[in-house]
Design a protein around this ligand. Structure first.
Ligand SMILES: N[C@@H](CCC(=O)N[C@@H](CS)C(=O)NCC(=O)O)C(=O)O
Length: 204
Protein backbone atom coordinates (compact mmCIF):
# COMPACT_ATOMS: atom_id res chain seq x y z
CA UNK A 1 0.00 0.00 0.00
CA UNK A 2 1.45 3.43 -0.91
CA UNK A 3 2.05 5.88 1.95
CA UNK A 4 0.35 8.78 0.18
CA UNK A 5 -0.19 9.83 -3.41
CA UNK A 6 -1.21 13.21 -4.78
CA UNK A 7 -3.94 13.57 -7.38
CA UNK A 8 -4.65 16.87 -9.15
CA UNK A 9 -8.33 17.16 -10.03
CA UNK A 10 -11.12 19.35 -11.37
CA UNK A 11 -14.52 18.40 -9.97
CA UNK A 12 -16.78 17.02 -12.69
CA UNK A 13 -13.91 16.37 -15.12
CA UNK A 14 -12.23 13.14 -16.22
CA UNK A 15 -10.22 13.18 -12.98
CA UNK A 16 -13.47 11.99 -11.30
CA UNK A 17 -12.68 8.53 -12.75
CA UNK A 18 -9.44 8.32 -10.77
CA UNK A 19 -10.99 9.84 -7.63
CA UNK A 20 -13.65 7.09 -7.79
CA UNK A 21 -11.14 4.28 -8.36
CA UNK A 22 -8.99 5.48 -5.43
CA UNK A 23 -12.13 5.48 -3.25
CA UNK A 24 -13.03 1.97 -4.44
CA UNK A 25 -9.54 0.65 -3.69
CA UNK A 26 -9.25 2.56 -0.39
CA UNK A 27 -5.98 4.19 -1.48
CA UNK A 28 -4.47 7.02 0.58
CA UNK A 29 -4.52 9.97 -1.79
CA UNK A 30 -4.37 13.72 -1.26
CA UNK A 31 -6.80 15.37 -3.68
CA UNK A 32 -5.70 18.79 -4.91
CA UNK A 33 -8.27 20.84 -6.85
CA UNK A 34 -6.42 22.52 -9.69
CA UNK A 35 -7.74 26.01 -8.97
CA UNK A 36 -6.16 25.86 -5.50
CA UNK A 37 -2.88 24.18 -6.56
CA UNK A 38 -2.27 25.45 -10.08
CA UNK A 39 1.37 26.44 -9.53
CA UNK A 40 2.25 23.08 -7.93
CA UNK A 41 0.53 21.23 -10.78
CA UNK A 42 2.51 23.23 -13.36
CA UNK A 43 5.78 22.08 -11.78
CA UNK A 44 4.92 18.37 -12.27
CA UNK A 45 2.83 18.68 -15.47
CA UNK A 46 3.48 21.84 -17.52
CA UNK A 47 0.31 21.30 -19.57
CA UNK A 48 -1.65 21.48 -16.27
CA UNK A 49 -4.19 18.87 -17.33
CA UNK A 50 -6.04 16.67 -14.88
CA UNK A 51 -5.94 13.98 -13.77
CA UNK A 52 -2.26 14.13 -12.84
CA UNK A 53 -1.09 11.57 -10.31
CA UNK A 54 2.17 11.78 -8.33
CA UNK A 55 2.94 8.52 -6.56
CA UNK A 56 4.89 8.12 -3.35
CA UNK A 57 7.80 6.60 -5.30
CA UNK A 58 8.09 9.70 -7.51
CA UNK A 59 6.18 8.64 -10.62
CA UNK A 60 4.21 11.45 -12.25
CA UNK A 61 1.50 10.09 -14.53
CA UNK A 62 -1.07 11.77 -16.79
CA UNK A 63 -3.84 10.36 -19.05
CA UNK A 64 -6.92 8.95 -17.36
CA UNK A 65 -6.64 5.51 -18.92
CA UNK A 66 -2.95 5.14 -18.02
CA UNK A 67 -3.61 6.18 -14.42
CA UNK A 68 -6.64 3.88 -14.05
CA UNK A 69 -4.70 0.93 -15.39
CA UNK A 70 -1.56 1.70 -13.36
CA UNK A 71 -3.62 1.72 -10.15
CA UNK A 72 -5.55 -1.40 -11.15
CA UNK A 73 -2.33 -3.20 -12.13
CA UNK A 74 -0.69 -2.22 -8.84
CA UNK A 75 -3.54 -2.89 -6.41
CA UNK A 76 -6.31 -4.96 -8.05
CA UNK A 77 -5.05 -6.65 -11.21
CA UNK A 78 -8.36 -8.45 -11.74
CA UNK A 79 -9.87 -5.06 -12.58
CA UNK A 80 -7.89 -5.08 -15.85
CA UNK A 81 -10.00 -8.09 -16.89
CA UNK A 82 -9.80 -11.65 -15.61
CA UNK A 83 -8.80 -13.33 -18.89
CA UNK A 84 -6.70 -12.20 -21.86
CA UNK A 85 -9.90 -11.70 -23.86
CA UNK A 86 -11.46 -9.57 -21.10
CA UNK A 87 -8.24 -7.55 -20.77
CA UNK A 88 -8.43 -6.89 -24.50
CA UNK A 89 -12.09 -5.84 -24.15
CA UNK A 90 -11.18 -3.55 -21.26
CA UNK A 91 -8.42 -1.90 -23.32
CA UNK A 92 -10.85 -1.56 -26.22
CA UNK A 93 -13.51 0.10 -24.04
CA UNK A 94 -10.97 2.46 -22.44
CA UNK A 95 -9.60 3.50 -25.84
CA UNK A 96 -13.09 4.08 -27.19
CA UNK A 97 -14.04 6.21 -24.18
CA UNK A 98 -10.78 8.20 -24.25
CA UNK A 99 -10.94 8.97 -27.97
CA UNK A 100 -14.33 8.84 -29.74
CA UNK A 101 -16.54 9.49 -26.72
CA UNK A 102 -14.26 12.05 -25.04
CA UNK A 103 -13.78 13.98 -28.30
CA UNK A 104 -17.53 14.20 -28.91
CA UNK A 105 -18.05 15.80 -25.49
CA UNK A 106 -15.06 18.07 -26.04
CA UNK A 107 -16.86 19.60 -29.05
CA UNK A 108 -19.71 20.49 -26.71
CA UNK A 109 -17.78 21.63 -23.64
CA UNK A 110 -14.65 23.12 -25.24
CA UNK A 111 -15.38 24.30 -28.81
CA UNK A 112 -12.56 26.82 -28.23
CA UNK A 113 -10.13 23.87 -28.53
CA UNK A 114 -11.16 23.50 -32.20
CA UNK A 115 -11.66 27.10 -33.36
CA UNK A 116 -10.91 30.65 -32.21
CA UNK A 117 -13.73 32.35 -34.11
CA UNK A 118 -16.89 32.62 -31.92
CA UNK A 119 -19.20 31.88 -34.88
CA UNK A 120 -17.20 28.75 -35.69
CA UNK A 121 -17.37 27.73 -32.02
CA UNK A 122 -21.18 28.09 -32.17
CA UNK A 123 -21.28 25.84 -35.24
CA UNK A 124 -19.04 23.24 -33.56
CA UNK A 125 -21.21 23.27 -30.47
CA UNK A 126 -24.33 22.79 -32.60
CA UNK A 127 -22.84 19.80 -34.39
CA UNK A 128 -21.74 18.24 -31.08
CA UNK A 129 -25.32 17.04 -30.42
CA UNK A 130 -25.17 14.67 -33.37
CA UNK A 131 -21.65 13.48 -32.47
CA UNK A 132 -22.65 12.81 -28.85
CA UNK A 133 -25.78 10.93 -29.93
CA UNK A 134 -23.68 8.84 -32.33
CA UNK A 135 -21.10 7.77 -29.72
CA UNK A 136 -23.79 7.11 -27.10
CA UNK A 137 -25.57 4.84 -29.60
CA UNK A 138 -22.29 3.02 -30.20
CA UNK A 139 -21.79 2.67 -26.44
CA UNK A 140 -25.35 1.39 -25.99
CA UNK A 141 -24.57 -1.33 -28.54
CA UNK A 142 -21.17 -2.28 -27.13
CA UNK A 143 -21.92 -2.26 -23.43
CA UNK A 144 -22.85 -5.49 -21.65
CA UNK A 145 -26.38 -6.47 -20.59
CA UNK A 146 -25.02 -7.16 -17.12
CA UNK A 147 -24.23 -4.77 -14.28
CA UNK A 148 -20.90 -3.42 -15.47
CA UNK A 149 -19.42 -2.23 -18.75
CA UNK A 150 -17.95 -5.61 -19.68
CA UNK A 151 -20.14 -8.02 -17.70
CA UNK A 152 -20.65 -9.02 -14.10
CA UNK A 153 -17.22 -7.84 -12.89
CA UNK A 154 -16.18 -4.25 -12.27
CA UNK A 155 -13.19 -3.23 -14.44
CA UNK A 156 -11.11 -0.08 -14.79
CA UNK A 157 -13.19 1.04 -17.77
CA UNK A 158 -16.29 1.40 -15.57
CA UNK A 159 -14.66 4.36 -13.88
CA UNK A 160 -14.11 6.26 -17.14
CA UNK A 161 -17.60 5.22 -18.27
CA UNK A 162 -19.02 6.85 -15.13
CA UNK A 163 -17.51 10.21 -16.17
CA UNK A 164 -19.01 10.01 -19.66
CA UNK A 165 -22.44 9.02 -18.32
CA UNK A 166 -22.27 11.93 -15.88
CA UNK A 167 -21.49 14.31 -18.74
CA UNK A 168 -24.37 12.95 -20.85
CA UNK A 169 -26.75 13.26 -17.91
CA UNK A 170 -25.53 16.81 -17.21
CA UNK A 171 -26.33 17.88 -20.80
CA UNK A 172 -29.79 16.27 -20.90
CA UNK A 173 -31.22 13.44 -18.78
CA UNK A 174 -33.10 12.24 -21.87
CA UNK A 175 -29.82 11.17 -23.51
CA UNK A 176 -29.59 8.30 -21.02
CA UNK A 177 -33.33 7.66 -20.55
CA UNK A 178 -33.61 6.87 -24.26
CA UNK A 179 -30.71 4.37 -24.00
CA UNK A 180 -31.84 1.83 -21.38
CA UNK A 181 -28.56 -0.08 -21.01
CA UNK A 182 -26.59 3.13 -20.41
CA UNK A 183 -29.25 4.35 -17.96
CA UNK A 184 -29.05 1.06 -16.02
CA UNK A 185 -25.24 1.19 -15.90
CA UNK A 186 -25.35 4.79 -14.65
CA UNK A 187 -27.74 3.84 -11.84
CA UNK A 188 -25.65 0.78 -10.91
CA UNK A 189 -22.43 2.82 -10.74
CA UNK A 190 -24.09 5.54 -8.62
CA UNK A 191 -25.22 2.79 -6.19
CA UNK A 192 -21.67 1.49 -5.69
CA UNK A 193 -20.21 2.34 -2.25
CA UNK A 194 -17.24 4.11 -3.85
CA UNK A 195 -19.58 6.69 -5.39
CA UNK A 196 -20.77 8.06 -2.04
CA UNK A 197 -17.23 7.82 -0.62
CA UNK A 198 -15.75 9.72 -3.56
CA UNK A 199 -18.41 12.33 -4.22
CA UNK A 200 -20.48 12.47 -1.02
CA UNK A 201 -22.83 15.42 -0.96
CA UNK A 202 -21.88 16.25 -4.55
CA UNK A 203 -23.59 12.98 -5.59
CA UNK A 204 -26.95 13.94 -4.11
N1 LIG B 1 -6.41 12.77 -22.64
C1 LIG B 1 -6.35 13.31 -21.30
C2 LIG B 1 -7.15 14.59 -21.26
C3 LIG B 1 -6.64 15.49 -20.16
C4 LIG B 1 -7.50 16.76 -20.13
O1 LIG B 1 -7.53 17.54 -21.11
N2 LIG B 1 -8.21 16.91 -19.01
C5 LIG B 1 -9.14 18.00 -18.89
C6 LIG B 1 -10.26 17.62 -17.94
S1 LIG B 1 -11.23 16.25 -18.57
C7 LIG B 1 -8.43 19.22 -18.37
O2 LIG B 1 -7.43 19.12 -17.68
N3 LIG B 1 -8.99 20.38 -18.69
C8 LIG B 1 -8.47 21.63 -18.22
C9 LIG B 1 -7.52 22.27 -19.18
O3 LIG B 1 -7.26 21.73 -20.27
O4 LIG B 1 -7.00 23.33 -18.85
C10 LIG B 1 -6.92 12.29 -20.30
O5 LIG B 1 -7.63 11.37 -20.70
O6 LIG B 1 -6.62 12.41 -19.11
Amino acid sequence: MPTEMTLYTINGSCSDAVVALCAHLGLPVELRERRDHDADLATVNPSRTVPTLVTDDGLTLTETTAILNHLARSFAAEMLGRTPAMRARNDEMLSFLATSVYNAFLLRFRPDRSAEDPAAQQAIRAMSDAEIAKVLDMLETRISNQTFALGENLTSSDFFLLVMLNWADRIDGGLLRSRPKLAAHFEALKEMPFHARAFGAQAA
